[in-house]
Design a binder for this molecule. Structure first.
Ligand code: FAD
Ligand code: NAP
Length: 335
């Protein structure tokens, strides 16, 4: 296992923050994972495993041990009369895996196209987009468990998935995910609940998974900043879930409020709340809010995680004052 000392993480986080890792390891096999955890644990210093760095705010140099998950491989594991079971190793690019699944005749992941990052990180926040969440297509995963010091298999129940949440957020650093298995029905059904997909495809005959894939990619390219050009981590805040009482109160006060029913609660569009507070397109030094989507905070170049977190605090304060709603940060923060 290769370890670099005092290595820059600038190319390994999509905000492009220029911080360093005291020890940076590259995990290319399951035995690298065992070696890394053993070495990092015996150092008695903090340690963490990253994928593509697309859901991180690195606001300081990282002491201790950091690893980049780079184990590769993907395959059809098995099939039943009704389902395909496909597996990818944790270091595979999520988007490339989605493309591969479609090219090989295993549809079902197309709504989740073009989400940056790795397969291994996808269960951590139960990634979701355009009406599909990872948990709907998840079968199981294999992870190294720091507590038992062995590889374990976790099924859907073990992972305790909910909206952008899982066991891995409750017990951070306990598990290092090494592979994920997905279960996809052979009887494919298009998922078109989101307005941007409904509009385009509602009346289309013989719709194919690749059509949805292409449309999702096109919408995302038109609305979201490419991290290669403008540093960002996608949505910076979760869409808050509020009670029916609060929703009714807010709807009366703000008739344009954007909200969607979510069980017995309502999901408020955090981007709309932030936009109403006047932050869309704002620039604060070298960081700011993306001009086309107020939920995305950006690094215009040379900014720091500290600057970004200050801006995030201002946004949270103003949203709380205006709507009485608390925003929570989505990316994982190191400060
Ligand atoms: P990282 O950022 O490297 O890590 C995130 C967390 O997972 C960290 O806590 C890390 O320690 C942990 N982790 C990473 N790999 C492992 C592993 N193998 N084992 C254990 N823990 C691990 N998210 C969505 O849900 N939906 C979207 O539509 C979406 N769109 C985005 C668009 C843009 C432009 C960007 C920049 C981000 C977007 N995201 C979205 C957020 C992000 O892409 C996802 O959360 C993604 O799954 C993060 O993957 P990563 O490999 O980059 O993880
Ligand atoms: P959008 O379509 O402008 O919608 C705004 C918000 O309303 C979204 O966050 C979405 O919640 C919710 N929404 C819209 N239509 C809905 C419906 N029919 N039913 C339930 N909820 C609905 O959002 P956007 O910013 O362009 O993003 C499009 C999709 O990509 C969303 O699913 C979003 O989550 C995902 N995305 C995520 C990230 C990230 O970093 N997490 C970044 C970019 C895009 P949900 O977020 O719950 O879907």
């Amino acid at each position: 296992m290769k370890i670099d000392l005092h290595a820059s993480l600038r190319a390994h986080n999509t905000f492009g923050f220029d911080v360093s890792a005291s020890h940076l390891a590259y995990l290319e096999s399951k035995s690298d994972v065992v070696e890394f955890v053993s070495q990092a644990s015996s150092s008695k210093q903090p340690w963490q495993v990253f994928g593509g760095g697309s859901n991180l705010v690195l606001a300081k140099d990282l002491p201790g041990y950091t690893a980049l998950m780079q184990i590769k491989g993907k395959s059809l594991l098995k099939e039943s009369p009704t389902h395909f079971y496909i597996q990818a190793m944790a270091g595979e690019s999520w988007h490339e895996f989605v493309e591969w699944s479609l090219n090989n005749g295993y549809p079902g992941l197309e709504n989740l196209a073009l989400i940056p990052g790795t397969v291994g990180a996808a269960p951590i926040q139960n990634i979701g987009a355009y009406g599909v969440e990872l948990e709907e297509v998840f079968d199981s995963l294999e992870a190294f468990d720091r507590n038992s010091q062995e590889f374990v298999t976790l099924n859907k129940q073990d992972c305790n998935f909910s909206y952008r949440h899982s066991i891995f957020k409750e017990e951070p650093h306990r598990y290092v995910v090494v592979s994920v298995c997905f279960v996809l029905p052979k009887q494919w059904q298009a998922k078109l609940s989101y307005a941007e997909l409904t509009k385009v495809f509602a009346n289309q005959q013989s719709l194919k998974p690749i059509d949805i894939f292409n449309q999702v990619c096109a919408i995302r390219r038109s609305k979201l900043p490419d991290p290669q050009a403008i540093g960002n981590a996608g949505s910076f805040f979760h869409n808050p879930l509020v009670s029916d009482d609060l929703y009714q109160q807010l709807k009366q006060q703000f008739p344009q409020l954007v909200a969607y029913p979510n069980g017995d609660q309502w999901k408020l569009a955090a981007g709309w709340l932030i936009d109403q507070c006047g932050f869309k397109g704002c620039v604060m030094g070298r960081v700011g809010v993306y001009e086309k989507q107020a939920l995305v905070l950006v690094n215009h170049g040379g900014g720091t995680g500290e600057e970004l977190l200050k801006l995030a605090e201002q946004i949270k304060k103003k949203v709380k004052e205006t709507f009485g709603v608390s925003l929570t940060v989505e990316p994982v923060i190191f400060n």
